[in-house]
Design a protein around this ligand. Structure first.
Ligand code: AMP
Length: 187
């Protein structure tokens, strides 16, 4: 079973992905974490990634798609994928479909965590203190939200009619969101 956790920055995608990884014995595929690992290597590509991230912009599809390819074809992870922060563009959504088809896999559930802008800003401000992420400062948050509305929102429309699509109120408490997701997984 492969799952996409979808939603704006600060919606709680990472938290729910980690919960499902534990609960269902799966792998979290966080492109944000993968890109932060690249930055730590301080390579040329890492510097480019950091600039984009700190500007609240997306990293090039080409870079992200390449990182993802390795994981999708990893036999240990087959049908155990929890996507957190991917796909974020229509190009990525189409690329994911192609890679999954090629590896005889599919998406079984898409959970959209719906949270409004004010709640997101409050949450990310809290996260900045806890996680010390350089892209969590006030002006970058707004840019990230704008990027989401402009580039990622169309992906939501792309998935909204899919029979595996489920919208969840992401403003609820963490445990309640997890419970709602589990209810859908049981049906
Ligand atoms: P996240 O940890 O998912 O909030 O991602 C942090 C930042 O990493 C984003 O604001 C983007 O700059 C970059 N990023 C993460 N995932 C992607 C992706 N799928 N496509 C492009 N950029 C991404």
């Amino acid at each position: 079973m492969n799952i996409i956790i979808f939603g704006p920055p600060g919606a709680g995608k990472g938290t729910q992905a980690k919960y499902l990884v534990e609960k269902l014995n799966k792998f979290q595929i966080s492109t944000g974490d993968m890109l932060r690992e690249e930055i730590k290597k301080d390579s040329e590509i890492g510097k480019k990634i950091l600039n984009n991230m700190n500007d609240g912009k997306f990293v090039d599809d080409e870079i992200v798609n390449k990182l993802l390819e390795r994981i999708i074809f990893d036999p240990l992870k087959k049908n155990k994928l929890i996507f957190d922060g991917y796909p974020r563009t229509i190009n990525q959504a189409k690329n994911l479909e192609i890679l999954l088809n090629k590896s005889n896999q599919k998406i079984d559930y898409i959970f959209f965590l719906n949270v409004n802008k004010d709640a997101i800003i409050k949450r990310i401000e809290k996260r900045k203190v806890l996680e010390k992420r350089s892209d969590d400062d006030a002006s970058t948050i707004l840019k990230r939200y704008e990027t989401y509305m402009e580039v990622t929102k169309p992906v939501l429309d792309y998935y909204a009619n899919n029979e595996n699509f489920h919208e969840i109120d992401g403003s609820m408490q963490i445990n309640d969101i997890s419970q709602k997701i589990e209810e859908k997984l049981r049906v």
